[in-house]
Design a protein around this ligand. Structure first.
Ligand code: PMP
Length: 398
């Protein structure tokens, strides 16, 4: 158990309606450890300046800190530093990629109904030839998915873990199989839910692009990453034009900066990058295997306990590998009412709604669900309180 980490989060001492906060909404955004907040504060108090521009001391310090943050990200995912582009988050990473590739890519784009809208709508809106894999009752079936990959597939974009069911997809296996069918497919991984608790080694997985958000892995909001293989990024057109991303500008012609700056137009989120790097250092200090097994233990316990409640419908957890979150409904009760009551009576924070995954909601034949998500600071005892809370909700509203 990672119980020792709880003291690193001041926000865990918050009282909600007189109860100790039980934060089960980390899939939406994690709490921030004190050292991340302090690193951001230190930057703004002591080193704040625009980067890459001025020769003065503060500018030098800010530039070093920003570029060190890029190194920390690159090491974390086993990429080269020039392959790490800072963005606002997963949504911006995926949109930017889709815009840039849409000018040059022909062939089929394969996506699935398991995706968050951020990995669904950009491809749907920007490409003519989109193929959809429809999950069955919310469950990804590799064999059926692979039937949709062919010699004409130019890109697939897939999540490493569903933000609704928690199903983890064996990306390494999948990539190997995809490349056997068509070695040239560009493979994009939405790592937003996977990277907070799993090691993603972009070389080992042999993916071409990876998108993720800092705020779902203990970092601040407004910072994320788009990783891309260098040789593809070199060929790709920039998706934003402006300062920083240029080499020479004249009326006749503009030439672009080298990687990764070609894709980082404008003033970047320096404090955000520094906060993300601090979050990565913190996660690394905890040991990724320990993080994974702690969250897995919580998830398996929650699935077991929630599945025992006959007044609940639990979604998409049959016979598959799940981690970090679970979706459910109390029969005949609206998920918003469940979430409100858990908050009001027990101080439990869960999410209710469609989780930005309406195609998956349709697939599951529901409009919305409750979602409890777990992270390093949660405990089995907190899940017991959730069970007690759900029984109470059912008694009052069911
Ligand atoms: N993909 C997945 C799987 C997600 O869970 C989320 C966030 N809920 C996103 C993409 C979008 O991330 P962001 O809002 O940080 O851009």
């Amino acid at each position: 158990m990672l119980l020792k980490v709880r003291s690193d989060f001041d926000s865990l001492s918050k009282k909600v309606n007189g109860k100790d906060l039980i934060y089960f909404d980390s899939a939406a955004t994690t709490l921030k450890p004190n050292r991340v907040v302090e690193a951001i504060e230190d930057y703004y108090k002591n080193h704040n300046s625009n980067v890459h521009r001025s020769p003065h001391t503060l500018a030098g310090e800010a530039t070093t800190m920003y570029e060190d943050a890029r190194d920390a990200v690159a090491n974390f995912i086993n990429a080269k530093r020039e392959e790490v582009i800072f963005t606002k988050g997963t949504t911006e990473s995926l949109n930017s990629l889709a815009y840039s590739l849409s000018k040059d890519l022909n062939g089929e784009v394969l996506i699935s109904t398991l995706e968050h809208h951020a990995n669904f709508v950009p491809w749907q809106q920007l490409f003519d030839n989109v193929i959809y894999y429809d999950a069955e009752n919310g469950v990804f079936n590799e064999e059926k998915y692979l039937k949709l990959v062919n010699k004409n597939t130019s890109l697939i974009s897939i999540t490493g873990q569903s933000n609704v069911t928690g199903q983890e997809i064996n990306i390494k296996n999948l990539v190997l199989k995809i490349r056997k069918i068509n070695k040239d497919v560009i493979i994009v991984l939405d790592g937003a839910q996977l990277i907070p608790h799993s090691k993603i080694d972009v070389k080992e997985l042999d993916i071409d692009f990876l998108a993720f958000s800092g705020h779902k892995m203990l970092g601040p909001m407004g910072i994320g990453v788009l990783y891309g293989k260098k040789y593809i990024l070199e060929k790709m057109k920039p998706f934003l034009y402006g300062g920083e991303m240029i080499d020479q500008v004249s009326i006749e012609k503009t030439t672009f900066n080298v990687l990764p700056y070609k894709f980082e137009a404008g003033t970047p989120n320096v404090g955000g990058a520094i906060g993300l790097a601090e979050a990565i250092k913190y996660l690394e200090s905890l040991n990724v295997n320990e993080v994974y097994s702690h969250i897995k233990e919580l998830t398996s316990y929650a699935i077991k306990k929630l599945s025992e409640l006959d007044f609940l419908d639990v979604y998409g957890t049959k016979d598959t590998n799940h981690n970090s979150l679970i979706s459910f409904n109390v029969k005949n009760v609206h998920p918003h009412d469940v979430a409100n009551l858990l908050n009001d009576l027990y101080g439990i924070a869960i999410r209710s709604g469609h989780h930005c995954a309406q195609p998956l909601m349709k697939n599951l034949n529901v409009h919305s669900t409750c979602r409890a998500s777990f992270y390093i600071y949660n405990t089995l005892e907190e899940i017991d309180v959730l069970i007690e809370g759900l029984k109470k909700v059912n008694k009052i509203l069911g």
